[in-house]
Design a protein around this ligand. Structure first.
Ligand code: NAD
Ligand code: GLY
Length: 352
């Protein structure tokens, strides 16, 4: 078990990471005025653990599992219940679940009485390696992902791989999407992924790699908490296209769209001569190991309009972050029509 710290101008956030972290650190929280937020699937699996750790009387808000719940309606319902339960300014919100729970609970904690304490206890691989760390909170609105949100750092994150034992294989693959993203940005993670290509979904491998992913993200967030210098923007590799496809089609999960987005953006980088050779092949191989088959889409050109609304764009051009060489990425900005043409071409090539 190891601790990683994020120190920003306003807050210090400690991430307890590794097997045993929950048993060691969660009981320490129980003397506070707690408000637990989770989703229906996680609650079914872990209600007993929550009761025995935090007490049966701790108020809990449970919403229907899934990205569709990540909206202002759920957010307002949470805030209303916090008020009804008499939560005080020194209360502590516990986000117990995947990235959807973490993002919405984080935003509720940031808004309630102008900000109350927050602890993230991520239960998916994706949330452990990415979303619970770094303080991005958000809900979706009007078919734009994460458009209402705020940076709000948790005081603590408890990332314990014990929760991965109940996670469906498909969700493990989604988390691997973000891990491969970090691999395309960090050469230590890339080397570990390459050396363990056959073991990517094995629990022993994941237990080890989670730490390196959190450490990478923590370094980035410590240097560029609010995405002002461009460093944190690199963490959006694969996401411009991933988010646009997720909004347009919505059938796969977030992680699967991120993997798909990474594949499409890698091909754009290849076409533009930014990334190539053996390195591009290795990244592609990792994506294919996890995704098995990259989807093609009817009408994919329409994703360009959605990508144009992505938060990363500060001009009329679409910004995408692509791998360049080991440990290095590049930002490219392309016109909507050119981007749409690439998407269609790549999708057609996948159909063969
Ligand atoms: P999720 O929260 O919807 O969880 C996926 C599914 O797994 C859900 O059905 C959930 O109920 C279930 N689940 C959770 N823990 C489980 C467990 N231990 N055992 C069995 N089932 C479990 O999705 P996710 O993939 O964790 O997160 C995706 C979300 O995270 C998206 O909304 C995305 O935008 C957001 N995200 C945010 C950041 C950030 O920096 N804030 C980064 C990446 C992704
Ligand atoms: N997941 C991207 C970020 O946290 O910046």
């Amino acid at each position: 078990m190891q601790d990683i710290t994020i120190k920003t101008a306003t807050v210090e956030s400690v991430i307890h990471c590794g097997a045993g972290a929950f048993d060691k650190y969660a009981p320490e929280l129980k003397n506070r005025q707690l408000f637990i937020i989770t989703d229906s699937t996680v609650d079914k699996l872990y209600a007993d653990l929550l009761n025995s750790t935090f007490g049966e009387n701790a108020p809990k808000f449970v919403f229907k599992a899934g990205e569709k719940s990540k909206n202002t309606r759920t957010l307002l319902a949470i805030l209303q219940k916090m008020l009804e339960c008499g939560m005080r300014r020194n209360c502590l919100v516990i986000a117990f679940g995947g990235g959807v729970v973490g993002d919405i609970a984080g935003l509720a904690a940031a808004l309630y009485m102008r900000g109350v304490h927050l602890v993230q206890i991520p239960t998916t691989l994706l949330a452990q390696v990415d979303s619970s760390v770094g303080g991005k909170t958000a809900v979706d609105m009007c078919n734009v992902k994460n458009v209402i949100g705020i940076f709000y750092q948790p005081q603590e994150v408890i990332a314990d791989p014990r929760f991965l034992s109940t996670l469906p294989k498909r969700e493990i693959r989604c988390g691997l999407g973000e891990i491969i993203k970090h691999g395309a940005l960090n050469s230590e993670i890339f080397k570990k992924l390459k050396a363990n290509e056959r073991k990517l979904t094995k629990l022993e491998f994941l237990e080890d790699i989670i730490y390196y992913n959190i450490a990478h993200k923590a370094n980035v967030v410590t240097e560029d908490e609010k995405e002002t210098t461009g460093l944190r923007k690199t963490l959006n590799l694969g996401h411009t296209t991933g988010h646009a496809l997720e909004l347009l089609y919505g059938k796969l999960s977030h992680g699967e769209y991120v993997l798909t987005g990474m594949y499409y953006e890698l091909q754009i980088a290849r076409n533009l001569g930014i990334c190539g050779g053996q390195y591009a092949k290795s990244i592609e191989k990792l994506i294919l190991k996890v995704l098995k088959k990259v989807p093609s889409f009817d009408g994919i050109e329409k994703a360009a309009e959605l990508a144009l609304h992505d938060k990363k764009n500060d001009t009329e051009l679409i910004s995408i972050i692509v791998p360049k060489c080991e440990g290095e990425s590049a930002e490219i900005k392309i016109k909507k029509d050119e981007y749409a043409k690439y998407l269609k071409q790549i999708s057609d090539d996948l159909r063969g």
